[in-house]
Write a protein that binds this ligand. Structure first.
Ligand code: 3PG
Length: 307
């Protein structure tokens, strides 16, 4: 009987676990649950004899991969797979997958919520501003970026996007104005919503230059990864321009230092909550379970992200 480990430091909603179990049980597989673990040793032990693994942002390091004696497939129930050591997986012939698009709506709604929160001074007294009529820049037009664009349009925003991987026609079809240069996106838009993945090319790629090129009241919303921000540049920009704001789903490493200096112009969630909705947990968790069954039963590798 195949064994599937769900290792989630930040657990799925219980309704999602029920759904995952049902899919795996129907296929004749056993589900093993490791939730809220605080010691990697527990993960190392649990992964030793399983055939498949489902994680969220949990780090699947070389050590985890090496401790997994029977592992054939790991599915990151979510979009970003920067937490998986792909090279280590490939070396052990382990298929690594994500579940693209499954939790995008939750993240997109949070991005818009953060825009409103910042526009209304953190929901405190005082005169705020409206999103209507403002320019919204989408930095990377993937599954989340596309939804944020649509929501922004619903608020009456003018939407622009920079994404070298998406044809201009596609953006235009969605009523979004393509911008060929990332600097131009920041120069034009009062709100920029970040949706780039964290990789060697993007880490620390958004900092002082881009932020200080934003128009008055420029607000950067980051529901992507904290690693894509150059934190020194962020602090310098926020200190130099007292109209700039930054909201992030998960605090930058230097959060306390920045907040001490700029107060409420920075906001961060204490833990990544973008995909923390029952709906997103169900969508991503059940998709992960189905992908595992399809992989074992039909050899389906559609969502593979390693070579
Ligand atoms: C993702 O990449 O899908 C999101 O960042 C969600 O991450 P989480 O599963 O840890 O909430």
């Amino acid at each position: 009987m195949k064994k599937v480990l769900i290792a989630t430091e930040k657990p799925f909603a219980s309704v999602a676990i029920d759904g995952i179990r049902e899919i795996l049980e129907q296929a004749g597989y056993e589900t093993v649950l490791l939730e809220k673990y605080t010691d990697t040793a527990d993960f190392l032990k649990a992964v030793a004899d399983v055939d498949a693994l489902i994680v969220r942002s949990d780090r699947v390091t070389k050590n985890i991969v090496e401790a997994a004696n029977h592992l054939k497939i790991v599915v990151r129930a979510g979009a970003g797979y920067d937490n998986l050591d792909l090279a280590a997986c490939t070396q052990k012939n382990i298929v690594a997958m994500n579940t693209p698009g499954q939790n995008s709506n939750a993240v997109a709604e949070l991005a818009v919520g953060m825009m409103i929160y910042m526009a209304r001074n953190g929901m405190t007294a005082g005169t705020g501003s409206e999103l209507k009529g403002k320019k919204l820049g989408i930095h990377a037009y993937g599954n989340v970026g596309k939804l944020v664009a649509a929501l922004g349009k619903g608020f009456g925003m003018e939407v622009y996007a920079f994404d070298p991987f998406v044809p201009e026609d596609q953006l235009k079809k969605d009523g979004v104005t393509p911008v060929a240069d990332v600097k131009e996106l920041y120069r034009q838009c009062q709100y920029v919503s970040l949706h780039i993945p964290a990789n060697d090319a993007t880490k620390k790629s958004v900092g002082y230059q881009l932020l200080t090129s934003m128009p008055k009241g420029g607000t950067l919303i980051n529901t992507a990864r904290k690693e894509v921000i150059d934190e020194e540049g962020l602090l310098k920009a926020l200190q130099e321009r007292n109209d700039l704001k930054y909201a992030s789903d998960i605090a930058p490493d230097a959060f306390s230092k920045i907040q001490e200096s700029v107060g409420m112009r920075i906001f961060a969630t204490p833990k990544k909550i973008g995909a923390e909705t029952a709906e997103a947990n169900i969508n991503a968790g059940l998709a992960a379970a189905r992908q595992i069954v399809d992989f074992f039963e039909k050899g389906d590798k559609r969502f593979q992200v390693n070579q």
